[in-house]
Write a protein that binds this ligand. Structure first.
Ligand SMILES: [Fe+2]
Length: 374
């Protein structure tokens, strides 16, 4: 599996710098009116107040309270606030949900109609919206790099991406110091999401030498630092390595797409309200085992280049050990998964991610896998 030609598309500027968030003001000089979208938890921190103080030359309007697995209504609320404020730029400082919601709002503020119109395909995004900068406060989702926003229609419980090439952030500013207040459970779940995104990128048919190099480096960084970052949140080296690993993972998977873990995590997450990172983490052992026969060479390469051993089995063992150390449950029983949910999951798992999985899964295969996770 190798592509001898490839195109890479990224935000115009990607900055990785401890303390870099306080230099944001210097990157916004073309604008005057800024819509700030902080995460609910982060908005209460001293780090956030410092960033706001550093932007004192600008007119700011802040909107927080974005829900996790953001519903379309949250995008509409942000877009309405941005229009009322006549915002010229949108800055998200938060986890993946906050960044995705603000990313969609930045695209829709200059347009007419509701988020549901675009989510359903009734209207199309014609092109670039407002300038958008993303500052992640978790190490995991990669939303600062991707051109899509994962949103949920609460009426139908459909969770999928609103996507357009122009939605890619203009500036991705990854400052590891912003992740220092991320609690252990969220650090674990988002970190495992980054880990999954790295290895699913490698097994995508769209993987290239460039994306594999990024993904392998991501696996090495994440594997070595996730547990220390969870155990001691003020470990700056671990936080920095996690933030860098997550960024490298995003720079890989944003170009290649993902696999069946993400294909299944979306309907399971929206139906049973399982946080995205946790849903991905629970699926790791069974999906790596399922895919083993189709991509053993790729898994062996990940083990070798990621510092986890030399064989595909070493990679599986490393996955199992990491999930065990971080207390990831063996299935979805605590979320109430049962057979009555299988039809919905089978019907709604056929996303782009699912199509890129190295070993195809029939509806019966999906049911059999879910049966082991109840
Ligand atoms: Fe993910």
């Amino acid at each position: 599996m190798s592509n001898d030609s490839f195109t890479l598309t990224y935000p115009a500027e990607i900055v990785f710098e401890p303390g870099g968030a306080l230099k944001l003001a210097g990157k916004l000089t073309r604008f005057q009116r800024i819509l700030l979208v902080p995460g609910t938890h982060f908005a209460k921190t001293e780090s956030y107040r410092e960033i706001v103080r550093s932007l004192s030359d600008y007119e700011l309007h802040a909107e927080s309270g974005i829900q996790s697995e953001p519903p379309l209504e949250d995008v509409d609320r942000l877009a309405a606030a941005g229009r009322r404020f006549r915002a010229e730029a949108v800055i998200a400082i938060g986890g993946g949900s906050v960044i995705d919601c603000a990313k969609a709002a930045a695209a829709l503020i200059p347009l007419e109609g509701s988020c549901a119109d675009y989510f359903s395909g009734q209207r199309e995004i014609p092109g670039k919206g407002l300038f958008f900068a993303a500052l992640p406060t978790t190490s995991g989702t990669g939303a600062e790099i991707t051109n899509n926003a994962v949103l949920t229609d609460t009426a139908t419980r459909i969770k999928k991406s609103l996507r357009h090439p122009s939605m890619t952030a203009d500036l991705a500013l990854v400052d590891p110091l912003l992740t220092m207040s991320c609690p252990p459970s969220l650090t674990a779940a988002s970190g495992l999401d980054a880990f999954v995104q790295a290895f699913e990128s490698c097994t995508s048919p769209k993987a290239s030498a460039a994306t594999r190099a990024l993904a392998h480096a991501a696996v090495r960084k994440i594997y070595g630092s996730l547990e220390p970052a969870c155990t001691n949140g003020s470990d700056r080296t671990a936080r920095s390595d996690m933030a860098e690993g997550s960024l490298l993972s995003a720079m890989a998977f944003s170009q290649t797409g993902l696999g069946a873990i993400h294909g299944l995590a979306h309907p399971i997450g929206s139906l049973l309200h399982v946080p995205h990172g946790k849903a991905c983490a629970i699926l790791i052992p069974s999906m790596v085992s399922w895919n083993m026969s189709a991509c053993a060479d790729e898994y062996a390469a990940i083990a070798r280049e990621g510092g986890l051993g030399g064989t595909a089995e070493d990679f599986l063992d490393a996955c199992l050990a990491l999930c065990r150390k971080l207390g990831i449950p063996a299935g979805f029983s605590e979320y109430g998964l049962n057979e009555s949910h299988f039809d919905f999951i089978v019907k709604n798992c056929r996303s782009a991610s699912m199509k890129l999985n190295p070993r195809p899964m029939s509806d019966d295969d999906v049911r059999a896998l879910l049966g082991k996770l109840v």
